[in-house]
Design a protein around this ligand. Sequence first.
Ligand code: UD1
Length: 423
Amino acid sequence: MAKYIVKHSGPLNGEVVISGAKNAVLPLMAAALLTDGDCVIKDVPALRDVSVMKEILISLGSEIESLEENVLKIKTEDILSTEAQFELVNKMRASILIMGPLLARKGRAIIPHPGGCTIGKRPIDLHLKGLSALGAEIIDCEEEGYIEAVAGPQGLIGDSIYLDFPSVGATENIMMAAVLATGTTHIENAAEEPEIVDLANFLNKMGAKIKGAGTDTIRIEGVSKLGDVRHTVIPDRIETGTFMLAAAITKGNVHIMNAVPDHVKPIIAKLRECGVIIEVGDDELIVRGDLDPQTATDIKTLPYPGFPTDIQSPFMAYLTTVEGFSTVVETVFENRFMHVSQLNKMGASIETAGNKATIRGHSKLRGCQVMATDLRAGAALVLAGLVAEGETEITEIYHVERGYEKFIEKFASLGADIVKIED
Ligand code: UD1
C-alpha cells in the first residue's frame, strides 16, 4: 500500500493556490445529467472522487472530454441507463447525488443501497423523504441491495419539504430533482453551505429558476428544459482551512491564494482566538503562526455558517500543540473521532466522552506509524507529522487523495518534508 513519510519540517513558508472544491464539483457533475446541452466546468480538481464521478456519468450515457487541465466538458445527449453500478457507487458516498437528476430527467433512478461508513451510519432518509414529497415512489429493496425511485405519470410535482436536519446532500439532490418538476418547490431548513450556492448558480446558468440558495429556504420554480452552461467551481474551503492550519501548527507564514475568506470565517475566528495572525484580502489570506504564545480554544462543529466538521480533525491536530486545554464537540457526524487514537499514538493527550473530546495541549508529538482513517483524518496526521519529532509513516493515504489535489506537491512547495512511497 502507498504511504506518506512526513518528517519534522520547521515553519512552512511561501504561497499556495487553492484548487476547486471537491464538495462543489461532485454535485455540479451530477447536475450535468439534467441537460442534453454542453456543460463546461472549470477549476475541476484532479481527484480520485472526481474520477469516480466521471466513471459513473459515463456508465449512464454521458460523454466527458478534458478540454484542458482542470476543464471538463460533459454532454449527456440521452441517459442510456438509470441504474448506477454497485462497484462505482460503493467507492464514493456522493454518488447518491445522481438520484435527483436521473429521476428529474428520466423519471426513474436505481441506486445500490448505501452502506455504512467510517464516520457514522450516514443514512439517506432525508434525500428519500424529499424525493418522495415531489411525488416519487420509493421502493427500498434492501434484500436485493438497491433503492428504486420512480416518478408518477405526470413526472415530479413541486411541493414544500422540511428537512429535519439541513443535510447538504439531501438539499442538493432535492434541488436537482425539483428544477425540472412541474410547479414550485420550497426546501425549508435547507443547508446553507457555499457548495449549495455554487450548485444553484450552475443550475440557474442552465436555465433553472432557483432563489434563496445560501439561506434556510430555497424556492425552485420548475422549468421544462435546461440548456448549456459554463461555470468555474468555487475554491475549496476545506483545503483553504488545511493550509491555514499548516501555517499555524508549523509556526510558518503562508500566503493562501484563490480563497474565499467569507467561506472560512469560523476557521479565521478560531485561529485568531488561538493567537494566529491572519490578514484577509478579497481572494487571499496570509496566515502567520510565528507569534507566541498560541493558546487553547473550544470548538463545536455545526452546519454552515458554523464551524465545519471537515476541519475538525485537522484543527484538533493543531490544538494538541498549543498551550492549555481545548474541547472539541462534534455535532454533525456521530463517529468522527477516529483520528484521536492515531494522534494519541503520536504522543497527543486527547480523551473522548461521547461526542466531546478534551485535548491537553503542548504535547511533544513523536513520529510513528499511523493510519489515515478517513480523508480529513489523513490531513490531520500530516499536520501532526510536520511538527512531530522524527518520521511519521501514514498508511491508507488513498483517503487523502480522494479529496486533496496535488497534496504532496503543495505541501513540499512550502518546505514540508513529505514524500509518497508507492506500493
Ligand atoms: C457533505 C460533504 C462532507 C461534509 C458534510 C457535512 C460532500 C460530497 N460531502 O456530506 O464532506 O462533511 O456535507 O458538512 O459534499 N443525514 C441524515 N439523513 C440523510 C442525510 C444526512 O441523517 O438523509 C445526516 C448524516 O448522517 C450526518 C448529517 O446528516 O450526520 C450531515 O450529513 P450531510 O449534510 O448530508 O452530509 P453529506 O452531504 O453526506
